[in-house]
Write a protein that binds this ligand. Structure first.
Ligand code: CAA
Length: 258
């Protein structure tokens, strides 16, 4: 258990539970919350006993209702660009490129920066009451935490254009059929479902998982050949202790102990 002001950080059975905890503001992301999330994710990545993260929102109304609108309402052009640049660097890109896999458990509104946070996670699941969207153009801004890129990657350009230009919200069933979330379930089942997925992840080689994440992400990066990264990372596995343990365990007909 770590002490933060805007998030809860708990740890059990190799899983870190990161909960955005500003329910009065529907868990909106102000600068302090973004910095705390950044620190928690860095901590989880550096702690070898943590093998998976579950990210969710406090209480049952919101995952995260977006960037904190009060905070940026009077920003200049330069401050606006800096907000997006710094946020993407210290949180959204960090999370997406983190070698420890993350599951977004979307427990309510995931809007703007909230949906962008979920999209930076490796896996997304939602509860039936969740509503997801990128409403930024209704405020006269555009998604600034990677939403224009990650939404198009996840649901395709046409559906992303519709969601972004209409500023509308979609429900969990549509989000699932569009590929925005992998599963949806009742609110009560949400964390148990995240834990079921996590329990499968934590059996596997953490160093292989980190390399796989790197290779998958490489395919979405401009100017980088994902197949080349895959070949290199495949080779790198062969000098890891976990590869020895994994293959020996198979040959000795026992469970691998990573
Ligand atoms: N920022 C700051 N405060 C927020 C917030 C946000 N994104 N979302 C909600 N809140 C606050 C409200 O101001 C309200 O506070 P007060 O009680 O002090 O007035 C409190 O949370 C509860 O919200 P509502 O009374 O509005 O609750 P509701 O049930 O009537 O509506 C909602 C829920 C539809 C989610 C509505 O709160 C809403 O539309 N929120 C804003 C969503 C949004 O536009 N998000 C995008 C932000 S821009 C962005 O994210 C930019 C980027 O990409 C970088």
């Amino acid at each position: 258990k770590m002490d933060y002001k805007n998030i809860l950080f708990e740890y059990k059975n190799a899983i870190a539970y990161i909960t955005i905890n500003r329910s009065k503001q529907l868990n909106a992301l102000n600068a302090e919350t973004i910095a705390e999330l950044s620190s928690a994710i860095t901590l989880a990545e550096n702690d070898k006993s943590i093998k998976c993260m579950i990210i969710t929102g406090a209480e049952d109304k919101a995952f995260v209702a977006g960037a904190d609108i009060k905070e940026f309402a009077n920003y200049s052009k330069k401050e606006g660009e800096n907000l997006a640049r710094k946020g993407q660097e210290i949180l959204f890109d960090l999370l997406e490129n983190c070698g420890t896999p993350s599951i977004a458990a979307i427990n309510g509104f995931a809007l703007g920066g909230g949906l962008e946070l979920a999209m930076a996670c490796h896996i997304r699941i939602a509860s039936e009451n969740a509503k997801m969207g990128l409403p930024e153009v209704s405020l006269g801004v555009i998604p600034g935490y990677g939403g224009t890129q990650r939404l198009a990657n996840l649901v395709g350009k046409g559906k992303a254009m519709e969601m972004i230009t209409t500023a509308g919200m979609i429900l969990a069933a549509d989000a699932k059929s569009w590929g925005l979330v992998n599963y949806f379930c009742t609110q009560e089942e949400l964390i148990p479902l995240a834990e079921t997925i996590a329990s499968k992840i934590i059996r596997n080689s953490p160093s292989a998982i980190a390399k796989a994440i790197k290779a998958v992400n490489a395919g979405f990066e401009e100017g980088i050949n994902g197949f080349e990264v895959e070949k290199k990372e495949f080779g790198n596995c062969f000098e890891s202790e976990e590869f020895k343990e994994g293959t020996n365990a198979f040959l000795e007909k026992r469970k691998a102990n990573f």
